[in-house]
Ligand binder design. Structure first.
Ligand code: ATP
Ligand code: MG
Length: 348
């Protein structure tokens, strides 16, 4: 996995020298409720960037749902719920453009020239595609699964985003987007020599891969997640069932004790302390004490977000309006980019 292009040092206090010089795009698949991995992996960074004045695009990747399943189950409901989670977490639709893939035709047209810029071999050795195939509910791998990273390049490049706050699993996809931007620029420069696309960078958080209760990547689709909207009792129950190990003394050692360390990290993120300090405090308390601490920390940290979420959930019309407004803005930008792409390619 390539990490060379990732910047991981963006913390709350780290200033972006010139917010106006950047544009951010990220997104999520509407496959279910967002979880703690999303929050600490990317959502928190999105809100931080927005609050520092960086222009923000957030995409609901509805077409991508059918990469690994036959039907997009309860698509409208999941899509609205993503908007709900974004707003509850602090994204502001007046500053952030929130929209769905399927509402922006010009974005999706970029897929055609972009597909010509990558080889089948490059797509088939993408480690994230391989992992998602392994967890897919389908008997056969469909074509959209292979073109997923190229579609994602179109997502990022349609608005010329240069920063992409993502979890670690997305780094190989980001590499594809960078490759496509470079090859497109080399093959199709403007007549004055200037280029169409930036080369986007991944922005990793302090929790680029939060683990789920089974010790694998916390995922919406793998039944191993604590969702942002879970009740306090559900949170306690799910964390109680998390995989740990037999050693009584709690330590922060991600390489050798991944499951315990991911729980320690979760408490640390919620308490805004270091994982080492949390591990030290629990000491010989064992997994039971660790889980109590994690549960209390999560419930306390997310109480305000969960309250906002419950309030926002009463107005579904507002959620749909956010998507309509976002789609209008995204379409204007996508149309302009597609026109530029057609021009440099010599299309009439
Ligand atoms: P699915 O199982 O349906 O693929 P998911 O939980 O993997 O869902 P995505 O919508 O694929 O969620 O990912 C959205 C964003 O959240 C991506 O940037 C991804 O890297 C990030 N992300 C997802 N899971 C985690 C995690 N466990 N830790 C950190 N970041 C994560
Ligand atoms: Mg995923």
């Amino acid at each position: 996995m390539t990490t060379a292009t990732a910047v991981s040092d963006l913390t709350a206090s780290d200033p972006i020298a010139d917010p106006a010089a950047h544009r951010v795009l990220t997104g999520d698949r509407p496959t279910g409720p967002l979880h703690l991995g999303h929050y600490f992996g990317t959502l928190q960074n999105r809100v931080r960037l927005q609050d520092r004045g960086v222009e923000m695009f957030v995409l609901v990747a509805d077409y991508q749902v059918i990469t690994d399943r036959d039907l997009a189950d309860r698509l409208a409901e999941h899509t609205e719920n993503l908007v709900l989670e974004y707003l509850a977490a602090g994204l502001d639709p007046d500053r952030a453009t929130i929209f769905a893939h399927s509402a922006v035709p010009a974005l999706n047209q970029l897929l055609l020239p972009f597909l010509s810029l990558v080889s089948v071999a490059e797509l088939s050795r993408n480690p994230t595609v391989k992992d998602e195939i392994a967890h897919s509910s389908q008997a056969a791998v469909n074509g959209l699964m292979f073109t997923y990273p190229v579609h994602q390049a179109a997502d990022i490049l349609f608005c010329k985003a240069d920063l992409v706050p993502v979890g670690q699993d997305q780094l190989p996809h980001l590499e594809v987007a960078r490759t496509i931007a470079r090859r497109f620029n080399e093959r199709y420069p403007h007549t004055d020599g200037s280029t169409v696309f930036p080369r986007p960078k991944a922005l990793l958080s302090d929790a680029p891969m939060l683990l789920g209760t089974d010790g694998g990547k916390m995922s919406k689709s793998r039944g191993n997640a604590v969702s942002l909207g879970a009740t306090e009792d559900e949170t306690a129950r799910i964390i109680r069932g998390a995989k740990t190990d037999v050693e009584r003394r709690i330590s922060y050692d991600p390489a050798n004790r991944p499951e315990v360390s991911s729980l320690v990290l979760l408490a640390a993120l919620c308490q805004e302390r270091t994982p080492e300090a949390i591990a030290e405090e629990i000491g010989d308390g064992g997994a039971a004490a660790l889980k109590r601490t994690v549960t209390e920390s999560v419930n306390e940290y997310f109480r305000p977000l969960r309250a906002r979420r419950a309030e926002l959930a009463t107005d579904r019309g507002h959620l749909r309006q956010v998507l309509r407004d976002g789609a209008a803005r995204a379409n204007a930008i996508a149309d302009a980019t597609l026109a530029e792409v057609r021009e440099v390619m010599g299309a009439i």
